[in-house]
Design a protein around this ligand. Structure first.
Ligand SMILES: N[C@@H](CCC(=O)N[C@@H](CS)C(=O)NCC(=O)O)C(=O)O
Length: 228
C-alpha cells in the first residue's frame, strides 16, 4: 500500500487543502508539522521551494516521490486515491473550478497581507480587495450548501481555509468583508461545519493564529477595540 506523509505547518492554509481532500477521500496519512522559522535540513533537502505542503508518496517497493504545491497535490490525490471523486464530472465545470482556484489563491495572498501588515492603508486596500473577490464569488456559488450544491467538491476544499481565517479575524475586528455576500456567507457556514474542514487544523488554531498576529505586531490587533 502507498504510504502518504503530509509535511505541514499548523496554520498553513495551503496545507489545509490537502488535509481536507485526504479526509474527504478517507485516506490514511501521516502528518508531520514543521517550524517554518527553523526549517529542518531534511525538509530543505526535499522541498524545491522551501514551502509546505509537501506530500511524500512511498510505494510498496519503498520508492519515494515528493510532491509540492497544494493544488498539484490535490489533483494527484483526486487521480490516484479511492473515495468519492471531488471534481465535477462535467469538463466545463471542472475547467471553471480550476479557474476559481486562482481566485481562491489570490484571496489567500490578500488575507496574508491583511493579517500581517502594520500599515492602515495597506490593511484597508486588502480589506476592499477581499470583499471584492467575495462579491465575484457571490455570482458563482450555488443555492448551497456547497459551491456546486449538495455534493462537496474540490473547490470547497480549496477555499475553506480562506473562510476559516475570518473566524479569528472578525472576532478581533469586524472587517465586514462578507457584508454583501449572503450566499458566500451561507457557503462559509456550511464549510465550517464539515468534519474534514474542522479537523484540518489543531483544536487550538484560534490561539495559535492570535499568537502569530501578535508576533507580527499586526495592525489588525493594534486597531482592535479595547478588550478584544
Ligand atoms: N503556492 C503554494 C503556497 C505554499 C506556501 O506559501 N506555504 C507557506 C506556508 S502557508 C510556506 O511554506 N512558507 C515558507 C516560506 O515561504 O519560507 C501552495 O499552494 O502550496
Amino acid at each position: 500500500m502507498t504510504h502518504l506523509t503530509l509535511i505541514s505547518h499548523e496554520l498553513c492554509p495551503y496545507v489545509q487543502r490537502a488535509a481536507i481532500v485526504l479526509a474527504e477521500k478517507g485516506v490514511a496519512f501521516e502528518r508531520v508539522d514543521i517550524d517554518l522559522s527553523k526549517k529542518p535540513d531534511w525538509f530543505l533537502a526535499i522541498s524545491p521551494l522551501g514551502r509546505v505542503p509537501l506530500l511524500r508518496v512511498r510505494d510498496e517497493s519503498g520508492k519515494e516521490a515528493v510532491l509540492f504545491e497544494s493544488l498539484a497535490i490535490c489533483e494527484y490525490l483526486e487521480e490516484t486515491q479511492p473515495g468519492p471523486k471531488l471534481h465535477p464530472e462535467d469538463a466545463i465545470e471542472r475547467a471553471r473550478d480550476r479557474a476559481w482556484f486562482d481566485l481562491a489563491s489570490g484571496l489567500l495572498g490578500d488575507i496574508w497581507t491583511l493579517e500581517t501588515t502594520k500599515d492602515a492603508e495597506v490593511f484597508e486596500a486588502k480589506r476592499k480587495a477581499i470583499a471584492s473577490k467575495l462579491e465575484t464569488l457571490e455570482g458563482a456559488v450555488s443555492d448551497g450548501p456547497y459551491f456546486h450544491g449538495r455534493a462537496f467538491s474540490m473547490i470547497d476544499a480549496v477555499i475553506a481555509s480562506a473562510f476559516r481565517y475570518f473566524e479569528v479575524i472578525d472576532a478581533i475586528r469586524d472587517t465586514r468583508v462578507f457584508e454583501k455576500t449572503p450566499r458566500v456567507r451561507a457557503w462559509r457556514a456550511a464549510l465550517a461545519e464539515r468534519p474534514s474542514v474542522k479537523n484540518a487544523v489543531p483544536k487550538d488554531y484560534p490561539d495559535k493564529l492570535r499568537a502569530f498576529l501578535a508576533a507580527h505586531d499586526a495592525y489588525l490587533l493594534r486597531q482592535a477595540p479595547a478588550g478584544a
